[in-house]
Ligand binder design. Structure first.
Ligand code: ZN
Length: 438
């Protein structure tokens, strides 16, 4: 319990110091929950301990099966800038899949002493193709709000407003079956407490006490500031530039799947005595402080003294030098999917094949399924600019520039069998069609 006692102090100190961004409010969210509902932190901690107990009894070092998590992104905007593009959403999904499968471009930057513990989580993400009522969906909702922002006040009030239509936000899709990500203006202007994202850890483990005051299941999910959602977000400038790689969502989903900050969140006590509960993340007394300082070594480890693992996604380094989850972190996340979020990755939600910006029903694609050769029939009124093909994990696997205005276009791609989206960029917008290669 000690780790959580100092947390309200943390909120206070941030405001006093006048820091203008706060990377993650997950720990504060738990503190505020505790104030409202005594027993919440104990239950979260019980869940964590229970999973550790399960881990001690089985070998989970194998990242199979691959868990695939359906995602719905709720874009809740007041200004056009906050209504981020679908391309940014796709780039975010791709970022998640690279980082959670250890396919990140900078995996080679992991320092040699940490290579033995750097792990593939075996977890993938895809945009949901059906909504909870079974209707086709692109996995993205867009809602204009009259709220100018969703920044919580100094006491944490309003933190979950974006998740509630009655408060100017958008209600969750069934949180047992979808990972809900709300994207909104979480910073506001002039707010004392400004943060880029937060998430609640699992609270539905079998040991969750009845009437314990857990947050409503409708509040499960992740909230991300619109300016740091997706990779190379054009709004990620100035103080937000430290978070321009789409790794705020990587970090927050880590919390959503049960992970804690690797430095343990101590503030006024001996930071080296407080840990994230995992053995393969070195002790650290403080976070990485928004920079990439590989000389950081805030605690002495035994028997081998490791530097602080600033490249861990659950630290606060600049995102360009984040590059790993550890094996123990992977084990926790996978175990949470097996014990606390069991319906999430059960394959019951189809991947998306329809984009939300353009009526793809006007576009013909035949035959489908095909061998990679097919014809497109294009709408009379639209000018096509480029064609790309992405797999269901959001990774682009083929690209083609187009000129001219033919209405029937023959295409030939060399693709492995599988499900893809063909993305057609028109002058007026983007359309997606599902493509099946056999
Ligand atoms: Zn965090």
């Amino acid at each position: 319990m000690r780790v959580f006692i100092t947390l309200l102090g943390l909120v206070f100190s941030i405001s006093v110091l006048g820091q203008n961004i706060h990377r993650c409010g997950t720990v504060e969210a738990i503190s505020w929950r505790e104030a409202e509902n005594p027993g919440y932190t104990k239950a979260v901690q019980n869940t964590f301990e229970q999973v550790k107990h399960i881990l001690a009894q089985k070998d989970v070092n194998d990242p199979t099966p691959i868990y695939q998590i359906p995602v719905v992104v709720h874009i809740v905007y007041n200004t056009p800038e906050e209504n981020i593009s679908s391309d940014l959403v796709y780039s975010q999904i791709a970022r998640l899949n690279k980082d959670y499968r250890r396919l990140n471009e900078n995996a080679g930057d992991t320092r040699s002493e940490f290579l033995p513990v750097a792990a593939d989580a075996g977890i993938e993400f895809y945009l949901a193709g059906t909504d909870p009522q079974g209707n086709p969906s692109g996995g993205i909702t867009r809602t204009q709000t009259t709220r100018t922002d969703f920044a919580p006040d100094f006491f944490g009030n309003g933190m979950d407003d974006v998740k509630q239509s009655s408060m100017g936000g958008v209600d969750a899709w069934d949180t047992d079956n979808y990972l809900n990500i709300w994207v909104c203006d979480l910073l506001g202007s002039g707010s004392l407490f400004q943060l880029l994202g937060f998430a609640y850890p699992p609270s539905t483990a079998p040991n969750w006490p009845a009437n314990s005051g857990a947050p409503s299941s409708d509040l499960e999910g992740v909230v991300i500031h619109y300016g740091v959602f997706g990779e190379d977000n054009p709004a990620a400038t100035g103080t937000l530039a430290v978070a321009d790689k789409g790794r705020t969502a990587v970090h927050e989903i880590g919390h959503y799947l049960g992970l804690r900050h690797i430095w343990g969140d101590a503030l006024f006590t001996d930071g080296c005595a407080e840990d994230d509960g995992l053995d393969d993340t070195p002790n650290a007394s403080a976070n990485a402080g928004q920079v990439c300082n590989f000389n950081n070594n805030t605690c002495t480890d035994s028997p081998v003294d490791f530097p602080d693992m600033i490249e861990n996604y659950m630290d606060y380094a600049e995102e360009q030098c984040m590059n790993l989850f550890t094996q123990d972190q992977v084990d926790i996340m996978r175990s949470m999917l097996e014990t606390a979020r069991t319906e999430l990755a059960d394959g019951s939600v189809e991947p998306s094949g329809i984009d939300d910006m353009f009526d793809a029903s006007e576009i013909g694609l035949f035959p489908n399924p095909n061998s990679g050769s097919f014809q497109l029939q294009l709408p009379q009124t639209e000018v096509l600019q480029s064609i790309s093909i992405v797999d269901i994990k959001g990774t682009q696997v083929a690209q083609k520039s187009v000129s001219g205005s033919g209405r029937l276009m023959g295409l030939d791609f060399d693709l492995p069998a599988g499900a893809y989206l063909i993305r057609l960029q028109f002058e007026s917008g983007l359309a997606n069609k599902k493509l099946i290669v056999q």
